[in-house]
Design a protein around this ligand. Structure first.
Ligand code: FES
Ligand SMILES: [Fe+2]
Length: 364
């Protein structure tokens, strides 16, 4: 793709609407232990998450029906009920009010019930469904690259909260051209900004990719391959699927062959809108075709943890957050789009189509 400055019309200003009938990542499974109530806002809705004694995760609205005190400030009782800290109403995992201590012997009015939400646990994450349609477990986003992975070949299942709306973070991830500049020296090289970037639109996914032949092995892979060839082919491809799930595949391999002769890693970037202006950002990486073992694996794991956290927290996040502040400023001009923005423009079109389909009255 030609990356010369080619101003194109920006798409219609983004109006904050969300796909509802889909799964959103709520927690890494490890971060939701038995015995705790954890609060997290998703799509502007405050939710209380907890596990029953059998380990099954549940989510209810994080507000008591009486005076709206957060249930996450209350107690998780041994029988699995949530007890409100303020006046003691108790709710079960389905949001039914099961105890009103102020009317002993009388079943609580069903008007005191609160909403509960379907959860599913898959690929090491807890996913929540906020839509009206029946939750469909076949629609859980595909991160099977994590299933059964050797923990030594995985980076930390990490999390950042960004003061930026989710669409700006997706834009950043689908824009491989920023890597050369913003991550110059650790993930990219600003002297090689004109690499050939391709965008593939399959109708329900966008894949942005970049391949180089005759490359020296990048620093990040120096340890991945103990005895690498002098020159390699290298590539990165990042896939977006709705609503905001991304999977990056990056690696190096023997020149003129395919990736099966090399090594690399998948990087998951899973985004969930917290509010219209903030985002939950879950990320983790898992290596493929691992060519090392023992202490080297542990060193690579540590490097991956630190390098990825540094890149996202100290390089991407400050720019995206500052960009949002500029965009929200009074009389901010409309952003202009360059040819490098094809991926971001195309994913927004797909999402827009899906939002219209979800809004359309059911046929029949
Ligand atoms: S606010 Fe929860 S019982 Fe009163
Ligand atoms: Fe980045």
């Amino acid at each position: 793709m030609n990356v010369q400055a080619a101003h194109t019309e920006a798409p219609v200003a983004h109006e904050t609407r969300y796909l509802k009938n889909c799964w959103y990542a709520a927690w890494w499974s490890n971060d939701l232990p038995v015995g705790e109530i954890k609060a997290r806002t998703i799509l502007n809705q405050p939710l209380a998450f907890f596990r029953s004694a059998d380990g099954v995760a549940h989510a209810v609205a994080d507000r008591c029906s009486h005076r709206l005190a957060p249930l996450s400030m209350g107690k998780l009782l041994a029988n699995g009920h949530l007890r409100c800290c303020y006046h003691g109403l108790e709710f079960d995992k389905d949001g039914h009010c099961v105890v009103n201590p102020h009317t002993p012997g009388v079943a609580p009015n069903t008007r005191l019930d609160i909403p509960s939400y379907p959860l599913v646990e898959k690929h090491g994450m807890v996913w929540v469904w906020l839509g009206e349609a029946e939750a469909d477990v076949t629609l859980v986003p595909d991160y099977k690259c994590f299933d059964g992975a050797d923990e030594r070949h995985m980076s930390k299942r990490d999390y950042l909260r960004l003061e930026a709306e989710t669409s700006l973070v997706v834009d950043n991830l689908l824009d491989l051209s920023h890597i050369a500049f913003l991550h110059d020296g650790i993930l990219g090289d600003s002297a090689k900004a004109d690499a050939d970037i391709k965008v593939e639109n399959t109708g329900d996914a966008i894949v942005v990719s970049r391949f180089n032949t005759d490359a020296t092995i990048p620093g990040i892979f120096a340890e991945f391959w103990p005895d690498p060839p002098k020159l390699v082919d290298k590539g990165t491809a990042i896939r977006w699927t709705a609503p905001s799930n991304l999977l990056n595949d990056t690696g190096v391999w023997r020149q003129g062959t395919d990736r099966s002769t090399g090594t690399g890693f998948y990087g998951a970037h899973i985004l969930t809108p917290e509010t219209d202006e903030t985002t939950h950002y879950f990320f983790a990486a898992v290596r493929w075709n691992v060519r090392t073992q023992g202490e080297t694996d542990l060193r690579i794991q540590k490097n991956l943890n630190e390098m990825r956290r540094f890149a996202f927290e100290m390089q991407d996040a400050p720019v995206i957050e500052a960009q949002q502040r500029r965009m929200k400023a009074p009389s901010a001009p409309k952003p202009l789009f360059l040819s490098i923005d094809v991926g971001p423009v195309q994913y927004r079109r797909i999402l827009e189509r899906m939002l219209r389909a979800e809004d359309a009255p059911a046929q029949g």
